[in-house]
Unconditional design. Structure first.
Length: 745
């Protein structure tokens, strides 16, 4: 299969001139000769890219192009069009329509052998790599064929026989079609066309393959809006989900882990004898006698009444499952001696008793169904639930590693440092993989070493993971029973198993359940939830952003500067989402008949009228931060809102020219600030605070009681002034609530 290399394969791409020839002097005729030479017998890969010298590679004209000779970055076979087949070995170019075969093969060859054109790599926000991997090439060509076939089905599409016939009208119709599919990442459907345009603009394709510049170039985020963002960029989890989620996860790790590990180790120790391939070397008549003595035989959880032979073997006095089968055959010779079958769903207790309790009651009655593996290399429900709990604790309380960084943690990654005075610090050694590239400009599989400080609960979770009874094979903390690393979907399924068991326990013991979340609880959303938490903490808690990796350590070394500049420099998306949430909450309150008061009430009302909706793309939140007329913040801890206007020189700013604050200091609100506004919710907050302080005053010594009553009176005065001066959504004053029947919205 090896052929002489195409000597121009490593040449730098040129650019197309107005006459259709390239700047390096190679005209259309010369370009046609180059492609003809490649099609006549060149190999599909530049020999310089081969990881194994002299490895056999396919020829350009062959029906299938495997890329295993390229090494780890292109280790999968390159497959381009499928017609219902599932195996790569049976797929190739033979299913491609004749008119599209050569143009698509030319694009694939260029992606294999030449650097991605500068035309797309230099675009703002571009993430095109210099050398795309085999998966990217396969996906790109497959989606290009999807577009071409869709185009053929459109009115007038049958007349299109060359790539150059595709115009902006066709591209706009394709984008509309993509939007109707409501995809999470619609850019994947247009990226192949961007690649095709870039290679044509670079002068590497014949005129028949050169197509018009797509109208979305440079503005993909505005044109191609995702139905939902993926991975770490998803919406943070709601508090109704996070509060019980963290509580149950920590309970599993700190209280229930010992019982779970004992049950899992018991099952692991019995795996050999419950294997149907283990020979029956025991006394079969002794096995029959043990089976005969049982009051009833456990039943499989299937509609067909059958005995659970593996469970019988596991609880037997050392009998392998083959001995159980043969002992049962002996009993069947005299049916009168055969014990009856248990009811469907009857308990199957194991010889491990739970010791942990909830409110004095055993937390769980350990059952065979909790510990038994549902199939080869598949984890038991208890295995997955405990892994899911550990993933949540480490993912949220262990410095917020990204999902891949979490899954790549290895045994021994935890280190403990004992400080003077008895203090203990815990650290985790892992690797940062995001934005790390190798020498071929591919995503790095190794990343860079990094050390995170973690909380004691996360350290305990890592210790629990290190005690899982998996095979003695090199792997990570998150593995299946055979020691293989979990992938992303498997990790999320483990979290789902934990949620299911936690809610079962909540219903059994009358405790708060974990609220359902429309987007699901995943490892990526745990880190995404940390950002808003940090954003809403005042001042020095910005150090959390450094610890959790939301900002770089270089910035973190000077994180005290946040006091002057605010968090929008370091956590811009979280800041924009805080503004959007505040304005949306104002709109809901105003629509329900609520009101605003305070010096900046009119400005807050105007800001609420400007913005309604959600932030879907980075362009959206950048617009929010760039608009000075909607900078609106809420401080629920003190019951006050801020329509921030830095030109008014608010008291929270320093009186120096060095103050470059771009948002208010919510921990330093002044009662005389002209940017203040109050909502009905704020007024109720002040009333409730006053009531609480007055109750404390009744129980306090007189000097303290006087101070508490004065503070309570100030809170009541703030609430009273709001009810007396508030304005509605139209800017018209609203009546005092004492004159309105019913509750104020």
């Amino acid at each position: 299969m090896t052929a002489a290399p195409d000597h121009d394969s490593a040449a730098s791409p040129g650019t197309v001139s107005s006459e259709g020839s390239t700047e390096d002097g190679r005209g259309e005729a010369a370009l046609a000769q180059v492609w003809a030479r490649r099609a006549a017998g060149s190999s599909i890969v530049d020999p310089a890219r081969l990881r194994a010298a002299g490895a056999a590679v396919a020829l350009y004209g062959e029906g299938r192009w495997p890329l295993d000779a390229l090494g780890p970055t292109c280790s999968t076979a390159l497959v381009f069009v499928q017609s219902g087949r599932l195996k790569a070995e049976s797929m190739g170019w033979r299913d491609v329509e004749p008119e599209w075969l050569e143009p698509v093969k030319r694009l694939a060859w260029l992606m294999l052998n030449k650097p991605t054109p500068e035309q797309v790599r230099s675009l703002p926000g571009s993430n095109f790599t210099v050398r795309p991997g085999a998966g990217t090439i396969m996906y790109t060509v497959g989606k290009l064929l999807t577009f071409l076939r869709w185009l053929r089905e459109q009115p007038g599409g049958a007349e299109l026989t060359q790539i150059r016939h595709i115009d902006q009208h066709h591209l706009r119709e394709w984008v509309k079609h993509v939007h109707r599919r409501n995809l999470s990442d619609p850019s994947t459907q247009t990226r192949p066309l961007t690649y095709l345009w870039a290679w044509g603009a670079a002068g590497e394709l014949p005129a028949s393959d050169v197509r018009v510049r797509p109208f979305w170039i440079g503005q993909e985020s505005a044109v191609l809006r995702a139905a939902r963002s993926s991975g770490e960029g998803r919406e943070p989890l709601a508090q109704a989900t996070m509060d019980p989620l963290i509580w149950w996860a920590v309970e599993f790790v700190e209280c229930f882990a010992e019982d779970c590990l004992a049950a899992l180790h018991w099952y692991h120790d019995n795996r050999t004898r419950i294997d149907r391939h283990t020979p029956a070397v025991h006394d079969l008549h002794a096995a029959a006698a043990w089976l005969r003595a049982l009051p009833e035989h456990p039943r499989l959880d299937t509609p067909t009444p059958r005995r659970d032979m593996t469970y019988l073997s596991a609880i037997s006095p050392g009998l392998p499952v083959q001995a159980i089968w043969r002992g049962l055959d002996i009993l069947r010779r005299d049916p009168a001696t055969l014990p009856p079958l248990a009811e469907l769903g009857a308990p199957k207790p194991i010889p491990v008793t739970a010791t942990a309790t909830i409110n004095g009651t055993r937390w769980l009655d350990l059952d065979w169904r909790h510990t038994a593996s549902p199939g080869p290399s598949r984890a038991a429900p208890l295995w997955r639930a405990l892994q899911g709990a550990c993933a949540i604790v480490v993912g949220y309380l262990g410095a917020g590693p990204r999902p891949l960084e979490l899954r790549s943690l290895r045994p021994g990654c935890l280190s403990v440092r004992n400080l003077e005075g008895g203090a203990v610090r815990y650290y985790v050694d892992g690797r940062i993989l995001k934005n790390q590239r190798d020498q071929d400009d591919q995503p790095s599989r190794e990343g860079i070493e990094h050390r995170w400080p973690v909380l004691p609960q996360a350290a305990r979770a890592i210790e629990v993971l290190e005690r899982f009874p998996h095979q003695d094979t090199p792997g990570g903390l998150f593995v299946d029973p055979d020691g293989r690393l979990l992938n992303g979907p498997a990790m999320n399924r483990a979290i789902g198993a934990f949620l299911e068991l936690a809610n079962t326990l909540a219903a059994r013991h009358g405790l708060p359940a974990i609220a359902d979340d429309p987007g699901g609880v995943t490892a990526g959303r745990l880190r995404r939830t940390i950002g808003p938490f940090i954003r809403n903490r005042p001042d020095g808690a910005f150090g959390l952003a450094v610890v959790y990796g939301h900002v770089s350590s270089v910035i973190g070394a000077r994180y005290g500067g946040m006091k002057q500049t605010g968090s929008s420099r370091f956590l811009p998306r979280e800041t924009a989402e805080h503004i959007a949430t505040t304005l949306n909450t104002l709109n809901v309150s105003l629509d329900a008949g609520g009101g605003l008061s305070g010096p900046a009430a009119a400005e807050a009302l105007q800001a609420a009228s400007v913005f309604r909706g959600a932030l879907l793309t980075s362009r959206d939140w950048k617009k929010v931060l760039a608009n000075p007329d909607i900078q609106t913040y809420d401080n629920p801890d003190t019951g006050i809102g801020c329509r921030f206007d830095p030109t008014s020189r608010p008291p929270c700013q320093n009186a120096t020219a060095l103050d470059a604050r771009t948002e208010p200091d919510l921990s330093n609100c002044h009662p005389g600030c002209c940017n203040r506004y109050y909502t009905d919710h704020h007024a109720r907050h002040h009333e409730h605070t006053a009531t609480r302080l007055e109750a404390w005053a009744e129980l306090s010594p007189e000097p303290e009681a006087i101070r508490l009553r004065r503070t309570a009176a100030a809170h009541r005065a703030t609430a009273g002034l709001h009810w007396a001066t508030r304005i509605g959504a139209t800017g018209i004053p609203l009546p005092h609530p004492d004159t309105i029947e019913g509750d104020i919205p």
